[in-house]
Design a protein around this ligand. Structure first.
Ligand code: UGA
Length: 449
């Protein structure tokens, strides 16, 4: 089957690469010349484990190619995936500008029957809108060409994108057209044969499933984050609380880890967008609105914890570890680290930062800021600091030599926002320890330089 994928962001590139790996011929299209040049040279513009190998393999077998020419991508394929960004507008609604551009291009260049598959996260009824735009273009061109617009949301997570795409919990296909349904079944034949559950529903349900799923997970995280605030005050340990809660099959342990707040390009954007979609239908989504507020507060609370606990520190120098919104990605969009950094800078802190992948993007954001410096590893970043905070749980921070870290620091404040070391019995012989939703533990024997 000949497939084109419009947009080579996280979703588009992973979709294109994995569909090629399923044996299809795939053209990945992006209007960003720089990105396409890189891809043609074998460079991958995003950090995503396993992706480079898949692209290399499929380039070798000539199953994947890259282009900036949307006209060719449309004409040369039977199925067109739309995987362009739908960022938030200032009012929280989803910006559909890129989707609309692609719909016009399809309408203007389409030469034969196509199935248009929308993978971007879009407000309910966008599929209908895309269909209308394409029809309008065809009418203008005086052409009578059949086509179908299907909704097929993607549930992959950044950092685990390849695994998630190839091992999905479910495939959702929103169409009432049998031909489109059967063709997509063939596209995902590898997964179908592996017994992946398929949900066939109408387009509106499919579009809503994506927003409802992301919002539910965001609510779940905000819920446990709020309980973590209470846990700290009453002397409970949030990890025990969430572990026991998660053992109840009705609740499940996934996405029940307290932390400094959720970030990324999806939860913050999609929670705002679903509230906007509902408002336009005169419905206020109270629970999701509350989760948005709770998440903002969680980021602020994390920064305030540092400010408050280090009030008596001789100097306000702190090391921040992990800037990306989660491990295994270079993405820092809406990352808790950004809110925490801004708040700390306002409180006159000097910041020494390290992140395995997130520094390139962070350096751009804080290019004019003298009070933040970036280092090559956690030990270098900790040198001469008075406090250290783990914001993102990269693997390498789970196995740090804490004695070594402490030995290069000037004071011993340790903020473990991801509770990596909360069960380490030795922690209080080295640090004043502050987790998220755990009782704070004072250093037993102070040994300050
Ligand atoms: C999320 C969804 O999990 C994917 O299913 C969806 O496809 C994707 O959005 C999307 O819409 O494109 P992603 O944003 O890549 O994926 O990352 P997650 O792994 O969901 O993490 C989001 C945030 O929640 C991170 O900041 C993470 O640290 C935080 N989180 C997650 C917690 O604070 N606690 C948890 O228990 C889980």
């Amino acid at each position: 089957m000949k497939i084109s994928v419009i947009g080579t962001g996280y979703v588009g590139l992973v979709t294109g690469a994995c569909l090629a790996d399923f044996g299809h011929n795939v053209i990945c299209m992006d209007k960003n010349i720089n990105k396409i040049e890189k891809l043609n040279l074998g460079e991958i513009p995003i950090f995503e484990p396993g992706l480079k190998e898949i692209i290399e393999r499929n380039k070798y077998y000539k199953r994947i190619s890259f282009t900036t020419k949307i006209e060719n991508a449309i004409k040369e394929s039977d199925i067109i995936y739309i995987a362009v960004g739908t960022p938030s507008k200032k009012d929280g609604s989803a910006n559909l500008e890129h989707i609309i551009d692609v719909a016009y291009s399809i309408g203007n260049h389409m030469n034969s029957y196509k199935i248009i598959v929308n993978k971007s996260t879009v407000p309910v009824e966008t599929g209908k809108k895309v269909e209308e735009l394409i029809k309008k273009c065809l009418q203008k061109r005086n052409k009578k060409i059949n086509f179908d617009v299907v909704s097929n949301p993607e549930f992959l997570r950044e950092g685990k994108a390849v695994y998630d795409f190839t091992h999905p919990d479910r495939i959702v296909i929103g169409t009432e057209n049998n031909h489109a349904k059967n063709t997509l079944k063939k596209v995902y034949n590898v997964l179908f044969l592996n017994n992946t559950p398929f949900i066939f529903c109408n387009r509106e349900s499919s579009e809503l499933i994506k927003y409802a799923s992301n919002s539910f997970l965001a609510v779940k995280i905000s819920f446990i984050n709020e309980i973590s605030l209470l846990a700290e005050k009453v002397g409970a340990n949030i990890q025990d609380v969430s572990k026991a809660m998660g053992m109840d099959g009705r609740i499940s342990s996934k996405f029940l880890h307290a932390g400094p707040g959720y970030g990324g390009s999806c939860f913050p954007k999609d929670t705002k967008a679903i509230c906007d979609i509902a408002l336009k239908k005169n419905i206020k989504l109270n629970i999701i609105n509350a989760a948005i507020d709770a998440n903002y507060n969680q980021k602020i609370n994390s920064a305030e914890k540092i400010i408050l606990e280090m009030e008596n520190s001789k100097e306000k120098i702190i090391t921040l570890l992990g800037l990306s919104f989660k491990p295994n990605t270079d993405d820092i969009r809406e990352a808790p680290s950004l809110t925490i950094i801004r708040k700390l800078l306002k409180a006159n802190f000097k910041i020494k930062a390290f992140c395995p992948q997130g520094m390139k993007a962070a350096k751009k954001i804080f290019a004019n800021e003298n009070n933040i410096q970036f280092y090559n590893d956690e030990y270098e970043a900790a040198t001469n600091s008075y406090g250290i905070a783990i914001i993102t749980e990269w693997h390498q921070f789970r196995a740090m030599n804490l004695e070594k870290i402490a030995s290069v620091m000037n004071d011993k404040y340790f903020f473990d926002f991801r509770n990596i070391y909360s069960n380490d019995n030795n922690i209080t012989s080295i640090f004043h320890y502050f987790g998220t939703g755990t009782v704070k533990k004072k250093l037993l024997k102070q040994n300050i330089k």
